[in-house]
Design a protein around this ligand. Structure first.
Ligand code: PNS
Length: 172
């Protein structure tokens, strides 16, 4: 008969980290590294959204994520469409991870978290704060800066920078 300590230590937590990841930034990577310290299994889930114009296809985005996180254990990469909470349930995930950079993120994230809680009360959203070095990094701004000839080194992982340069600047 397990005592309380055993049952707590045997509880395995699967978390899902959803997003567009178009493309993954160092801010996303920072969140992934923080998350894997907290949970047993982390699923990075790329949204398949036909309505939203993306720079990279879902397969390209998943490949970039794979390239970037390949050295980190206990991570899986998936794509999903439809309701996030339905996909989380399919994966056996009890936690949704989202990052908060600044106060401006809070309102949108709170709305999503409360809607997801209403849809699925058993799934908890956990907000993590990205390191302060990433507080101004976003996929949208990174794409804008590189397209206009700015320097994005340090803002995205190297394999992502290479792909961005090819896609937006035509580099080989
Ligand atoms: O990186 P993003 O674009 O901020 O991620 C947004 C994402 C993928 C977390 C959000 O759009 C989402 O969960 N979409 C799935 C649709 C859904 O479940 N909507 C209702 C709950 S808000």
């Amino acid at each position: 008969m397990p005592n309380d300590t055993t049952s707590i230590s045997e509880k395995r937590i699967t978390a899902i980290y959803p997003g567009s990841f178009d493309p993954m930034t160092n801010g996303h990577l920072d969140l992934v590294e923080r998350s894997v310290r907290l949970v047993d299994r982390l699923i990075i889930a790329v949204l398949r959204n036909e309505q939203k114009q993306a720079l990279f296809s879902v397969d390209e985005r998943m490949q970039m994520v794979q390239d970037v996180v390949s050295g980190i254990p206990n991570i899986e990469i998936a794509s999903f469409h439809g309701l996030l909470v339905d996909f989380a349930a399919q994966c056996g995930a009890s936690v949704i991870i989202r990052g908060i950079r600044a106060v401006s993120d809070y309102e949108y994230e709170l709305q999503m978290a409360l809607m997801n809680r209403r849809l699925s009360p058993d799934i908890e959203t956990v907000f993590l704060m990205a390191g302060e070095a990433h507080s101004f990094t976003s996929s949208r701004l990174v794409k804008e800066v590189i397209a206009l000839g700015g320097n994005i080194s340090g803002l995205v992982p190297r394999p992502v920078e290479v792909r961005l340069r090819k896609r937006l600047l035509g580099e080989q």
